[in-house]
Design a protein around this ligand. Structure first.
Ligand code: GLN
Length: 547
């Protein structure tokens, strides 16, 4: 049976609760334990799939096809444990389940209430697969005091109460603001936050305090006294130059020791931190720098392409270079020449996206990369745009475009080189979709196999002709144009096993030009960079030597 660690936040949001949870997971692994991390989000969306990346950041996709919070990406990057559908839940999903049961008559005529029906649903979720790991880490989204959060806080209180003593602990993340004028770190907001937590029956065992500098003994003792935690369980979370130092930094602060102490695990197994020492060494001691342009639409919020940026960083680590990422808004050159905006980069990446806005700019970015032999990685929409570019400018299909944009505009303007995917094979089933289907959860989602062409660039990069990658798309390159495009030099080097869906395209006479229909960034880890990102950054490094 797992031991449970519940992670809550207070004072303000965006303190790095997800990162703290992920780093703790990595530290427990370093001590030989198995872990699973879960995110419980109080918002009412059924999943984040329909939320704007501007507002909520990237949607992270699991192998089993769930559209989840980007924190699950942190969890995976730090622990290497593939997240599952059952690792992410929201109030919207919980209420949907409860209401479906109510309609089915499962509650036998009872009045349906937050306690016990909603809280039970949450508790059932938390306990899924509890016998599989040593530690289950459950992060509650938002901050204590949020109205939406209450059923979750109540559920974890009951959950811990139902378990034998000592099997559940609570970790609370807060902010210690620094007041410049008086030169002091202030503990009062944390005291209030813990008071709020205790008023709903939760007493933290560990306090993780985000602060600009170290916590002086006086403040630490004050926090311990007023928040009723042990002084050595007050952990400072200082700002770091790289998130990948977090496991080492938290270890230095004694977080993993404090957690094991709270469970009464003594003697605690010694940690092996070699993996993280190597990661920190690579990130802090690069031997060069490459400049990569990410040409996208959601460039104002970097979280919108979180995994892409992280995967590039990982590629830099394996090549021992710093990858400096510039966010380039594709709309800037929707109509103008792209060259002035793209000169000077050692590589260009066009990430995934939805909707027509900015796509003419992305097509130009692909053209610029092809013509100037700049390494290009197109992901999902970035692959589709590269194919449209090839169709228009090389194969002579002047009206080539994506049906996605025609559907959005409500009129037919393009020759659909990229068309709406109506059916595909999943395992031994055929999945069908109509254009008018609901927006939520209806894409081709999750892990699918692809067969790579022997002797192709991608087969060399992967070192295999069989891969499995995660998908999230509704549209697809039409194989009708394959022969015509291949004749021009754009090889369809990866296909779905049944040969119907193009998964990868690459330009033959180009140093590095690859478009993939899937999202390789989701599987990259600092200690195991994804082969595509590893090789893409290597190509960028080569390009940087030429200029
Ligand atoms: N909008 C495109 C599609 O649905 C691409 C999706 C993506 O980039 N994730 O196929």
């Amino acid at each position: 049976m797992a031991r449970f660690i519940f992670i809550t936040g207070g004072v303000v949001s965006s303190l790095g609760k997800g990162l703290a949870s992920a780093a703790l997971g990595a530290l427990l692994q370093a001590r030989g334990y198995s872990v699973r991390l879960r995110k419980l989000d109080p918002y009412l969306n059924v999943d984040p799939g329909t939320m704007s990346p501007f507002e909520h950041g990237e949607v992270f996709i699991t192998d089993d096809g769930a559209e989840t919070d980007l924190d699950l990406g942190h969890y995976e990057r730090f622990t290497g444990v593939p997240a599952r559908k059952t690792d992410s839940i929201s109030s919207g999903r919980i209420y949907t389940n409860v209401l479906e049961k109510e309609r089915r008559g499962d509650y036998l005529g009872k009045t349906i209430q937050v306690i016990p029906h909603v809280t039970n649903e949450i508790k059932d979720f938390i306990s899924i697969g509890e016998d599989e790991v040593d530690f289950m880490l459950c992060e509650i989204g938002g901050t204590v005091g949020d109205i939406e959060g209450l059923p979750f806080f109540e559920a974890i209180r009951q959950f811990a109460q139902d378990k034998p003593r000592g099997e559940c602990i609570f970790m609370h993340l807060t902010l210690l603001p620094y007041i410049k004028a008086s030169g002091e770190l202030k503990t009062k907001p944390t005291q209030h936050s813990v008071k709020e937590l205790r008023s709903i029956g939760l007493a933290p065992d560990i306090l993780v305090c985000r602060s600009e500098g170290p916590i002086p003994v006086k403040e630490r003792e004050k926090l311990a006294l007023f928040c009723n935690v042990r002084a050595d369980s007050v952990i400072a979370a200082q700002d770091l130059k790289s998130i990948y130092e977090a496991p080492l930094a938290y270890h230095r602060e004694g977080l993993d020791q404090a957690v094991l102490d709270a469970f009464g695990i003594a003697p605690a197994p010694k940690p092996n931190l070699e993996r993280w020492e190597d990661v920190a060494d690579r990130i802090y001691n690069p031997e060069g720098e490459v400049k990569v342009a990410i040409v996208g639409k959601y460039t104002q919020l970097e979280d919108a392409y979180k995994s892409v940026a992280e995967a590039l960083t990982h590629g830099g680590m394996s090549n021992r270079v710093k990858v400096s990422i510039e966010w380039v808004d594709a709309e800037l050159f929707d109509k103008d020449d792209a060259a002035p905006y793209l000169q000077g980069y050692h590589a260009i990446l066009v990430p995934g996206g939805f909707g027509e806005r900015g796509t003419e700019g992305k097509i130009k970015a692909a053209q610029y990369a092809r013509e100037n032999k700049v390494p290009y990685l197109g992901i999902c929409l970035g692959m589709q745009m590269a194919v449209i570019e090839a169709a228009r400018n090389v194969a002579g299909i002047a009206e080539a475009g994506s049906e996605e944009f025609d559907h959005e505009a409500g009129k037919k303007r393009f020759e659909p080189v990229v068309y709406h995917l109506k059916e595909w094979v999943q395992g031994n089933m055929t999945v069908e979709r109509k254009v008018g289907d609901d927006k939520g959860g209806t894409m081709r989602l999750g892990a699918y196999d692809a067969a790579l062409e022997e002797g192709s660039k991608v087969a060399e990069v992967y070192g295999s002709t069989h891969i499995e990658e995660r998908h999230r798309h509704r549209y697809e390159v039409d194989t009708k144009y394959r022969a015509q495009l291949e004749e021009c030099g754009l090889t369809f080097s990866g296909m779905s096993p049944d040969g119907r869906l193009p998964e990868i395209v690459e330009w033959k006479d180009h140093p590095w030009f690859i478009g993939v229909q899937f999202h390789p960034e989701l599987k990259s880890k600092p200690f195991a960079p994804h082969p595509l990102f590893d090789d893409f950054v290597r190509a960028a490094k080569d390009a940087s030597r030429l200029v």
